[in-house]
Ligand binder design. Structure first.
Ligand code: FES
Ligand code: MG
Length: 599
C-alpha cells in the first residue's frame, strides 16, 4: 500500500481534536457543543457526515429531502457517524428567474467552500431538481471528499381525464391547445397543475430524471436509488441505507475520483441514450468530468451514445411516467440490458463498493412495455447527433424526438434523405420571439427554421431553455405542430421539439449565429452533422466587420453581481459552461490539506 492509498485519519479531527493546538481546538469545538452534541462524540473516531440539504420551501422539487434527512440521520448514526445538516443555495428550475441555469455554478462554488472549509469527513448530496444534481456532483468532484448522492425521487404520475399528464411535456401540449383555441387560461393552468400531484421532481424523462439516472449510472448513488418515487416508503428506506453507507465510504476512503472515472462517464453516456435523456446531460456531464479531471468530449457522445437504442418508454419521447419507470426496474434494469450487449464498462466501481457489473448484470425488466428489451427498442440509434458548421463549432440534436410528421415535411428528398434547407426566422431572445411569432407580416411557412440567439451562458445570462419554439398559431391551427429550431440556448428536457441547441460559441461570445439574418437560407444535413448558412464567399466576414464596428452583439445588462461575475468567468455549453478558472482546483482536499486556521 503506497502512502496515498492508506486510509487517512478523519479530517474533522484537525478542527476538533488537535492536542498540539488546544486554543484552536477549543474554539472550533465549543460552538458545536451548544446544541447538545458532546465532546465525547466530536473527539471520538466517529466520522462527521454532512447532509448537504437542497430542500426548502423555495425548492419544492427537493423539499421532501427535509423529511428524508431524518432517515439519512438514522442511517449515519446507526453506522457510527455524526450527521451535520446544512443548507445549499436553492436551485428551483421552475421558480428561478432569469433561469436556474445561472445558479448551478453559484451553488457549486458555495458547496465547494462549505465542504472544504468545515469539519466534514464525508457528505450526502441530496439531489433532485435539474441543476441540483450537477451542482453537487461538480462540488464533490472538486473537493474529492467521500460523497454519496441521494435522489429525492420523482413525483407520482399526473392524470387528467384518464390520461397520464407529465411534467413539462404537458406544458408544450397545453401551449398548442391554447394556440388552437381548445382551452382558455384556467383550463391551461388546471391541465398543467394535474401533472404535479405530489412531492418530488418532474415525473417525465426531463433533466431531473435524466441526471438522477446518470448519477446512479456514474456510480454515485446506491443501485436502484434514482427511480423510486418521492412519496413511496422505499424512498425513506433508501435514505436510511444511503446514510449507513456513507459512513463506511469514509472509512474506506472511497472518493468521487475513485468512482467517477472515464469508464463511469462512458457508461453514463450509454445509459443516457437508452433512457432518452435530456439534452442538458452533455453540458452537465462535461462540467462534472472537468472538475474531477476526466477527459470527456462531445465526440464521446457521438462515438459511444449515438447508436444506442431508446429502451425507456417515458414522456416526452414515449408514453409513461416516473412510477412506471420504477416498477419496470429503473436504472439497474436498463443497465442490465446494456450489459447484455457489452455496452457497459462493467468494472466501474460504485458507491456500494461493488462494480456496476455486479450490481446490474442480473437485473431483469419487470414491465417490458415501459423498459423495452434491447432487441425490441422504441427507436434505433437514439443518442444525440453532434453538429458543426459555419454558424457554430458545436451543437447537439436529440434525433429520437423527430416525429413522422416532421420527417414527411422536411426529410422527404429521396436523393438526400438526411438533409433539408429552409429560411431562417431569427429572434433575439424569447421576448423578441413572443412579440413577433404570431405577426403575419413575418410570413412564416411550414418549411422555415426558427432560430433564437442571445440565450447562452453569457447572453442570457445562464443559458435559458428556450430553443423549443412553437410555430405561429396560424400554422398550429393548420396542423403544423413543430418547426425545426436552432439556437445558442438550451432546451427543456421535457420538450419534444426537433431542435439543434447548445450552439457554441453563442452569439454573445463571438459565435456566427450573431451574423444570421431572417430569410437567410440554412442547410441542415443530419447525415453529415452540419448546419450551414448559404451565403456568398466573404459575406460572413463582411457582416462580422459590420457587427464589430457597431460594438458587437448586444444583450441585456447584468442585473445582479453574480450575473456579471458569471458572464466574466463562464465558458460555453459545449464544454460544460463551468467557471473556467475553477477547473484547475481539483482534489483540493488532497492537494492542499485542511485550510489554515481561522483565528
Ligand atoms: Fe424541478 Fe423539473 S422542475 S425537476
Ligand atoms: Mg427546465
Amino acid at each position: 500500500m503506497s502512502d496515498t492509498d492508506k486510509p487517512r485519519g478523519l479530517r474533522s479531527r484537525a478542527w476538533f481534536n488537535d492536542p498540539s493546538h488546544p486554543d484552536m481546538t477549543a474554539l472550533y469545538l465549543e460552538r458545536y457543543l451548544n446544541y447538545g452534541i458532546s465532546r465525547e462524540e466530536l473527539q471520538s473516531d466517529r466520522p462527521i457526515i454532512g447532509i448537504a440539504q437542497t430542500g426548502s420551501d423555495l425548492s419544492p422539487c427537493n423539499r421532501h429531502h427535509m423529511v428524508l434527512a431524518e432517515r439519512v440521520r438514522d442511517g449515519i448514526r446507526e453506522a457510527g457517524g455524526i450527521p451535520i445538516e446544512f443548507p445549499v443555495h436553492p436551485i428551483q428550475e421552475t421558480g428561478k428567474r432569469p433561469t436556474a441555469g445561472l445558479d448551478r455554478n453559484l451553488a457549486y462554488l458555495s458547496l465547494v467552500e462549505t465542504l472544504y472549509g468545515y469539519p466534514l469527513d464525508g457528505v450526502v448530496l441530496t439531489i433532485g431538481c435539474d441543476k441540483t444534481t450537477p451542482a453537487m456532483l461538480m462540488a464533490a468532484a472538486t473537493v474529492d471528499l467521500p460523497a454519496i448522492a441521494l435522489s429525492v425521487g420523482p413525483m407520482l404520475n399526473g392524470w387528467h381525464k384518464g390520461e397520464r399528464t407529465g411534467s413539462g411535456t404537458i406544458v408544450w401540449k397545453a401551449r398548442q391547445m391554447l394556440a388552437a383555441g381548445e382551452i382558455d387560461y384556467t383550463g391551461f393552468v388546471d391541465l398543467v397543475a394535474s401533472s404535479a400531484p405530489s412531492t418530488g421532481y418532474c415525473n417525465t424523462m426531463g433533466t431531473a430524471t435524466t441526471m438522477n439516472s446518470l448519477a446512479e449510472a456514474l456510480g454515485m448513488q446506491l443501485p436502484g436509488s434514482a427511480a423510486i418515487p418521492a412519496p413511496y416508503r422505499q424512498r425513506g428506506e433508501m435514505a436510511w441505507r444511503t446514510g449507513r453507507r456513507i459512513v463506511d465510504m469514509v472509512r474506506e476512503d472511497l472518493k468521487p475520483s475513485d468512482i467517477m472515472t472515464r469508464d463511469a462517464f462512458l457508461n453514463a453516456i450509454a445509459v443516457n441514450s437508452a433512457i432518452g435523456g435530456s439534452t442538458n446531460a452533455p453540458i452537465h456531464l462535461a462540467a462534472i468530468a472537468r472538475h474531477v479531471g476526466v477527459e470527456l468530449s462531445l465526440a464521446d457522445w457521438q462515438a459511444v451514445g449515438h447508436d444506442i437504442p431508446l429502451l425507456v418508454n417515458l414522456q416526452p419521447a414515449g408514453e409513461y411516467l416516473g412510477e412506471d419507470y420504477y416498477h419496470a426496474g429503473g436504472v439497474p434494469a436498463v443497465i442490465g440490458q446494456l450489459i447484455g450487449q457489452g455496452l457497459i464498462r462493467e468494472d466501474a466501481i460504485t458507491a456500494n463498493g461493488r462494480t456496476i457489473g455486479d450490481n446490474c448484470r442480473d437485473v431483469a425488466i419487470a414491465l417490458p412495455e415501459v423498459i423495452r428489451p434491447f432487441d425490441q427498442p422504441l427507436k434505433e440509434r437514439a443518442g444525440f447527433l453532434v453538429m458543426t458548421g459555419n454558424l457554430f463549432d458545436s451543437a447537439i440534436m436529440k434525433t429520437s424526438v423527430i416525429s413522422e410528421g416532421f420527417r414527411d415535411r422536411f426529410l422527404r428528398n429521396p436523393a438526400d434523405p438526411d438533409a433539408f434547407e429552409g429560411r431562417a426566422i431569427v429572434f433575439d431572445g424569447p421576448e423578441d420571439y413572443h412579440r413577433r411569432i404570431d405577426d403575419p407580416a413575418l410570413g412564416i411557412t411550414g418549411t422555415d427554421i426558427l432560430v433564437i440567439r442571445g440565450c447562452g451562458p453569457v447572453g442570457y445570462p445562464g443559458a435559458a431553455e428556450v430553443v423549443n419554439m412553437r410555430p405561429p398559431s396560424y400554422l398550429v391551427k393548420a396542423g403544423i405542430a413543430e418547426l425545426p429550431c436552432l439556437g445558442d440556448g438550451r432546451q427543456s428536457g421535457t420538450s419534444g421539439s426537433p431542435s439543434i441547441l447548445n450552439a457554441s460559441p453563442e452569439a454573445a461570445a463571438g459565435g456566427n449565429l450573431a451574423l444570421l439574418r431572417t430569410y437567410d437560407r440554412v442547410r441542415i444535413d443530419l447525415g453529415k452533422g452540419r448546419v450551414d448558412v448559404q451565403l456568398a464567399d466573404g459575406e460572413l466576414e463582411r457582416r462580422r466587420a459590420e457587427l464589430d464596428a457597431a460594438g458587437g452583439y448586444a444583450y441585456p445588462a447584468s442585473q445582479t453581481p453574480w450575473q456579471a461575475i458569471q458572464r466574466r468567468d463562464v465558458g460555453q455549453l459545449g464544454t460544460g459552461a463551468i467557471l473556467e478558472d475553477a477547473e484547475r482546483f481539483q482534489k483540493i482536499d488532497k492537494v492542499f490539506g485542511v485550510p489554515r486556521d481561522s483565528h
